[in-house]
Design a protein. Structure first.
Length: 118
């Protein structure tokens, strides 16, 4: 898939937050696919359409780790961004970047711009 590097699989149980992040990332060239559950995310990953995995801070620890491990093993050139609730929040060891949640999504946009420019 030609647009895979710009396709973001955003996994968040909060639809309003998912929509807000998609609105912040779309203008910088990301195509955001949002799902609410780990099962839905596993299906999307198995289809191989996404190049970036974005893990919401509202996912539980087990779900975040399961998705990161599966994405890392099954996607070519995987890139994983974990959004943290706070500086000391846990994140999967496979994460390439971590950002602390903020309502304006500024740090997330910065990380994504850097990835797209690479």
């Amino acid at each position: 898939m030609r647009d895979r590097p710009r396709t973001v699989l955003h996994v968040s149980p909060d639809p309003a937050l998912a929509n807000s992040r998609a609105q912040a990332l779309s203008p910088i060239g990301c195509h955001v696919v949002s799902v609410e559950t780990v099962v839905s995310a596993l299906l999307e990953i198995s289809l191989g359409r996404c190049g970036i995995l974005l893990l919401c801070h509202k996912l539980d620890h087990t779900g975040r780790c399961t998705l990161a491990e599966y994405f890392d093993k099954n996607c070519p050139d995987p890139y994983i961004v974990a959004v943290l609730a706070h500086d000391d929040d846990h994140f999967p060891p496979q994460a390439h970047a971590c950002v602390v949640h903020s309502p304006d999504h500024g740090s997330l946009v910065t990380v994504m711009r850097q990835r797209l420019a690479a």
